[in-house]
Design a protein around this ligand. Structure first.
Ligand code: NAP
Ligand code: MG
Length: 504
């Protein structure tokens, strides 16, 4: 190899964080800034509610601000709905349901196909908006969030005229008005997961996005108008958590779908209990990513890194507990540390950024306090020496070793870029530790042995288990949890069922 040239970076090698000139002098990697342009999207100074196909102010004209997590600067003023606005939105959805619910499936499908296509056409705008409002790296909103959101509309458009075939002899009928409340970590994608199956099944919708990330939902309102969706089929209301509660508690709502924290999920469960509303809850997780000693080493390293640092770890199914077989634990952890030192943390709008900004200061505080708890409880902390931007809410990629199952970092959902490493000797021990959590959303298994994958999958109490990969999503595949991770499935044919009234 020519002096001064770094080793090839690719499969089977690890990018060094610096390389030598040949005279022993270390030269750190430097990346020229590669910012995406914010000019592709025009952000209005003020946004209103989207009810009955119209932009309307909140009934008391109240508003709040949404901020850019990377700069802490306000992006726009957002209307703060009142309970009177919740009533208006549910009324608009009920009115629209009378004709939308009666439309033949093939007609509904045309609108869904149109929305899917417009999402693709406006993908750059949506990706930039999602990154500015939420702090996630532009390469993730561009390559994951937006294409997947569009894929959900394509997929469910295909079901709209085939419900009779999917459920033969069971007379599938829409439920009516769906109330949907979503979190800030995948704002557009969660909207697509909720709205696409609801509309395909013939329901109308009132959706409340998270207060920290309302902008892509409000751009989606514009897309509904562009697609000439009949007024009131989709309504978007913005406002705090108690507006979410008022929405799901509204007596004229037939179906409630929530994605968010387990604590709020419980509250919604209580509000809906005793009514005949359908309910699905997608809540938190504490997934185990299990690496056996025969696993493809470098792919497993990449899978573990992607599993916990994708979207800053603010992912309900993040692989936040690494269970690595004791016989390879030392080399595996050494390589992970090396790999962590090559992760680029910083401006989410830079196309080279791997880990962007934490969505909001409360979440940053929670992550930092759990990191402190990890140290206080005796785990060993490793963070690469990367520089964090002076402004904005950022955390270094964090790895804890010497973790025991009783520690808070091993039990609680951090929802941040923090990986806890535990070890195991036998598959039984791995299963025991992986299932030792109140959650049950996802898990990962890394091994060359197909039979071991099948045996592990059948014993892991998790809604989704990835084998030799992690964090892969597809609209055809159902997603959802066990235990405190909630119930009900989104995606696939399973994702249509909660939006349908079917003969037993
Ligand atoms: P969150 O506090 O539960 O909020 C989620 C949504 O619920 C937001 O729109 C929020 O509005 C609203 N809300 C807050 N209090 C409410 C109440 N009492 N009644 C009705 N709605 C209420 O969760 P988050 O902080 O946004 O998201 C992080 C959590 O979501 C994590 O625990 C994560 O695991 C979970 N999550 C799960 C999945 C999944 O698919 N299983 C996916 C993503 C996230 P405001 O924003 O206005 O407070
Ligand atoms: Mg924001």
């Amino acid at each position: 190899m020519a002096p001064g040239r770094p080793e090839a970076v690719g499969r089977g090698t690890v990018a060094p964080s610096s390389w030598s000139l040949g005279d022993g002098q270390a030269v750190p990697w430097e990346y020229a800034p590669a910012p995406e342009s914010r000019d592709v999207v025009s952000i209005a100074p003020r946004y209103r509610l989207f009810i009955g196909g119209e932009d309307v102010p909140a009934s008391d004209d109240g508003h709040f601000l949404t901020l850019d997590p990377a700069t802490e600067e306000p992006l726009a003023e957002i209307a703060r709905a009142t309970t009177a606005d919740v009533d208006r939105a549910v009324e608009a959805a009920r009115r629209a349901f009378r004709s939308w619910g009666a439309l033949p499936g093939r007609e509904r499908a045309k609108y869904l196909f149109r929305i899917a296509r417009i999402l693709q056409e406006r993908s750059r705008e949506l990706a930039v908006l999602e990154t500015l409002d939420g702090g996630k790296p532009i390469k993730e909103s561009r390559d994951v969030d937006v294409p997947l959101a569009s894929a959900h509309f394509w997929y469910y458009a295909g079901w709209a005229d085939k419900l009779e075939y999917a459920l033969p002899g069971r007379s599938p009928r829409p439920l009516g008005v769906a109330a949907q409340v979503i979190p800030w970590n995948f704002p557009l994608l969660m909207l697509a997961w909720k709205i696409a199956p609801a509309l395909a099944a013939g329901n109308t919708v009132v959706l409340k996005p998270a207060s920290a990330t309302p902008l892509s939902a409000l751009l989606f309102a514009d897309i509904c108008r562009q697609a000439e969706l009949p007024p009131g089929v989709v309504n978007i209301i913005t406002g705090p958590g108690d507006i979410g509660l008022a929405l799901v508690s509204h007596p004229d709502v037939d179906k409630v779908a929530f994605t968010g924290s387990t604590a709020v999920g419980r509250e919604i469960g209580r509000a809906v209990a005793g009514t005949d509303k359908g309910l699905t809850l997608e809540l938190g997780g504490k997934a185990a990513n299990i690496v056996f000693d025969d696993a493809p080493f470098d792919q497993a390293i990449e899978g573990v890194v992607n599993g916990i640092f994708f979207n800053q770890g603010e992912v309900c199914c993040a692989g936040s507990r690494l269970l690595v077989q004791e016989s390879i634990a030392d080399p595996f952890i050494d390589r992970l540390k090396e790999r962590l030192s090559t992760i680029r943390v910083g401006d989410p709008m830079d196309k080279n950024t791997d880990v962007g900004a934490i969505n909001n200061p409360a979440q940053l505080e929670r992550i930092e306090s759990l990191i402190e708890a990890g140290v206080a409880e005796g785990a060993e902390l490793y963070q690469p020496a990367c520089e964090l931007p002076a402004r904005g809410w950022f955390v270094r990629p964090t790895l804890f070793t010497n973790v025991s199952q009783s520690m808070r970092i091993a039990r609680e959902e951090v929802f941040g870029p923090v990986l806890s490493v535990l070890t195991f000797r036998t598959p039984e021990e791995a299963i025991e530790k992986a299932n030792n959590t109140p959650y049950g959303l996802s898990a990962g298994v890394w091994t060359e042995k197909g039979s071991r994958i099948l045996s592990m999958v059948s014993r892991l109490r998790a809604g989704v288990v990835w084998a030799n990969t992690f964090n892969r999503f597809d609209p055809t595949s159902p997603f959802g949890g066990y235990k405190e991770s909630g119930f009900g499935r989104e995606g696939g044919l399973h994702g249509l069922l909660p939006y349908l009234d079917i003969d037993p």
